[in-house]
Design a protein. Structure first.
Length: 375
């Protein structure tokens, strides 16, 4: 039986980043991905690299990850089209403006600087916005990247660093013998001293193999892209309540997301919905009226794990030593991906991390399975 120090289940951005960070420390690591690395949520998302608006429990991880986005060329050999375009969160009412102000004050404690922009200045700075807005909050260091490029770039860099990246390798079962993990993939069983579960929308299923019970639902944000338009948009746009979000990519197309499509994690299928696309287009045009004449060229969606309180399960297992989970990113794990891998590497190799992740612990669900002893 082949033995590794660390095994990873899931080749999304979180898993590929963990593999890279672990391999760079010279430790043996294998990653199992059922399909292709980055083909699920990590490769089909909106591409928002956004810290603004995150739950305070997630901000330390988001801050850690933001530093890594600047280092992509050194880490993976490409910037993956990461551009710090900024992120402008818009308010439609004075009450929403007050929410943005309260968030700005809270975020300062995490070193995240946000600038409030009043109604008059908003329209001077961004004349392409619709006129039903009360103001906004700008995060200059937020931005966007091309999701199709990022996880594959991390997987290639991990392989170059010595990681054993195994695509088309579905893990059918994993157990803990009391000393190490045994992982069954097709006809082979490999063993590992440590196991990282980054299986995305299938993460709770893997966690349940070890008695870590968490309810993970599934969401499928409905995405659309227009034909290329002359460049006009500055920062990515969002709105209080999250009903619509938009960004313009360097070749001119405007990508927007609004509402939810449908997904079936068992069949590994997801598809956008025409009526959701139609309402999304209406909201996009309300926010940016010049989109009224733009042609929509494609719609799509993806399969994303979702936790009821809106934040992921992140950190050590409650039941099994040397098992670490990071799943259920609930629509906002792309920005977190590079940092998630760095923190998982620290947890697995050092037993601790310098990033505050306590608020994301599986402990908040208080469901320790009594049948599975802590090994
Ligand atoms: C349409 C959409 C838009 C989004 N927009 C944004 C955004 O703008 N900004 C943002 O920050 N986040 C966004 N997200 C969320 C973000 O994409 C995800 O949170 C993030 O990519 C999760 O990464 P991951 O590595 O945890 O999971 P995934 O990318 O889902 O990877 C998990 C992998 O595990 C594999 N796997 C599962 N079970 C097994 C098994 N038994 N054996 C082997 N492999 C297995 C799967 O095949 C999959 O490839 C969006 C998500 C979607 C779907």
């Amino acid at each position: 039986m082949k033995h590794y120090e660390v095994a990873i289940i899931g080749g999304g951005l979180a898993g590929c980043s963990a593999a890279l960070h672990i391999a760079k420390r010279g430790v043996s690591v294998v990653l199992f991905e059922r399909g292709r690395c980055g083909a699920q949520a990590s490769g089909v998302n909106f591409g928002g690299v956004r810290q603004q608006g995150r739950h305070p429990a997630e901000l330390p991880l988001a801050r850690r990850s933001r530093g890594l986005w600047d280092q992509l060329p050194e880490l993976v050999g490409s910037n993956c089209e990461f551009v710090p375009t900024g992120h402008l969160k818009l308010a439609r009412t004075d009450a929403e403006m007050a929410e943005l102000e309260a968030y700005r004050n809270m975020a300062r404690d995490f070193g995240l600087e946000l600038e409030l922009v009043g109604k008059k200045r908003l329209h001077e700075m961004y004349p392409y916005l619709g006129d039903n807005l009360a103001g906004g909050s700008l995060c200059r260091e937020d931005g966007q990247a091309n999701p199709r490029l990022v996880a594959p770039a991390f997987s290639r860099a991990a392989r170059r660093a010595g990681a054993d990246i195994r695509e088309m390798s579905p893990v059918a079962a994993a157990t803990h013998t009391g000393q190490y993990f045994e992982i069954k993939v097709r006809d082979e069983v490999v063993s590992a001293a440590k196991l990282i579960n980054v299986a995305g929308a299938w993460g709770a299923k893997v966690a349940a193999w070890f008695g870590d019970e968490v309810e993970e639902g599934v969401i499928a944000p409905n995405m659309c892209v227009t034909e290329p338009l002359p460049l006009f948009m500055g920062p990515n746009l969002g709105v209080c309540g999250g009903s619509i979000y938009l960004r313009q990519i360097p070749h001119g197309s405007v990508i927007f997301g609004a509402g939810m499509a449908i997904a079936d994690p068992e069949k590994i299928r997801a598809r956008p919905l025409a009526e959701v696309t139609q309402e999304g287009a209406r909201l996009a045009i309300e926010m940016v009226p010049r989109l009224a004449n733009a042609l929509l060229v494609r719609t799509w969606t993806g399969i994303e794990g979702s936790i009821a309180d809106g934040i992921p399960v992140f950190g050590p297992s409650l039941n099994v030593r040397n098992l670490f989970h990071a799943f259920g990113f609930t629509g906002h794990g792309f920005q977190l991906g590079p940092g998630a891998g760095a923190v998982l590497c620290e947890l697995a190799l050092d037993g601790e991390t310098r990033t505050a992740i306590d608020g994301l612990s599986i402990e908040r669900f208080q469901k320790v399975a009594s049948s599975v002893g802590r090994h």
